[in-house]
Design a protein around this ligand. Structure first.
Ligand SMILES: C[S@@+](CC[C@H](N)C(=O)[O-])C[C@H]1O[C@@H](n2cnc3c(N)ncnc32)[C@H](O)[C@@H]1O
Length: 262
């Protein structure tokens, strides 16, 4: 989308993000899983946004750093974190990752797909690999793509004086989708909120990871630890430095045994 930059999404959605997306995933389960993986160590969240996840992670006792390219998102994070429990970094999640070693690097809720080419996504894996402790994990939460081509317009929400429409274009060859949320109000206002993604399949992500000297250790259907299956609509994958084992061949770390059985 011409004119779209790495801060466009965050700047356009910061004011509604928590209202619209707070419940897109299970925050408690995410915190529990990352707590187990980090084992008291340091966590870096890529595309930290308003702190939907980072703030509860910090409240659970972890040392959390979050990077984001959007000033608007980082202002929301700061206003929800008066005591500065999350160390916020303004920058790009490929080029500007902070120095240091992290026990968990987390990129949640499809945020990796906000990098709009396969090369940029792979560069992200490389940057993360350089910052993981030898026992650290890069945790990626993303949807499993169902490629299609075409355009669509739909209604997201409607009241007597306000309607939010979505307009999007999907390209299965380029593995891209882009669109706008279009907010129309009775008072005469129109507000555009643009978004753009480049999706990758789990296999493609695994190949990017391998070329970055990371391998997938665990893959689940969600942070609750449900198994990843052929029907899973999303995945939570943990990549670790330079191992050759297959997924599931080590002790699972995302969920306790009791959680997995529920
Ligand atoms: C979908 S939101 C996710 C926010 C948060 N992680 C969550 O799960 O609620 C994506 C975030 O990534 C940020 N972002 C997008 N591209 C980025 C980039 N290249 N570098 C850093 N942050 C980026 C956006 O500004 C936005 O805050």
């Amino acid at each position: 989308m011409r004119g779209y930059t790495s801060s466009s999404y965050g700047d356009a959605f910061a004011d509604v993000y928590d209202d619209w997306y707070r419940d897109v995933s299970n925050i408690d389960a995410t915190v529990a899983a990352i707590t187990r993986l980090a084992a008291g160590g340091a966590v870096l969240e890529l595309g930290v946004g308003t702190g939907r996840l980072a703030l509860p992670l910090a409240a659970a006792g972890m040392s959390v750093t979050g990077i984001d390219s959007s000033d608007e998102m980082l202002q929301r994070l700061a206003s929800g974190d008066p005591n500065g429990t999350v160390t916020a970094v303004k920058g790009d999640m490929v080029d500007d990752l902070p120095d240091g070693k992290f026990d968990v690097v987390l990129v949640a809720y499809n945020t990796l797909f906000g990098l709009l080419t396969a090369d940029r996504q792979e560069a992200c894996f490389r940057s993360v690999a350089e910052r993981l402790t030898p026992t650290g994990s890069f945790v990626v939460e993303a949807f499993v793509p169902v490629p299609h081509t075409g355009s669509q317009v739909a209604v997201r929400s409607m009241t007597a004086d306000r309607v939010v429409l979505t307009a999007s274009i999907h390209d299965a060859n380029d593995q891209t989708a882009e669109g706008h949320y279009i907010e129309l109000t009775d008072a005469g206002g129109v507000r555009l909120r643009p978004w753009a993604i480049r999706w990758s399949s789990p296999d493609e992500l695994d190949a990017m990871a391998e070329r970055s000297n990371l391998v997938v250790r665990d893959r689940w259907g969600d942070f609750d630890g449900r198994p990843f299956t052929a029907d899973s609509e999303r995945h939570v994958s943990a990549y670790v430095p330079g191992m050759t084992e297959q997924p599931g061949s080590r002790t699972a770390t995302f969920a306790t045994d009791s959680e997995k059985s529920t």
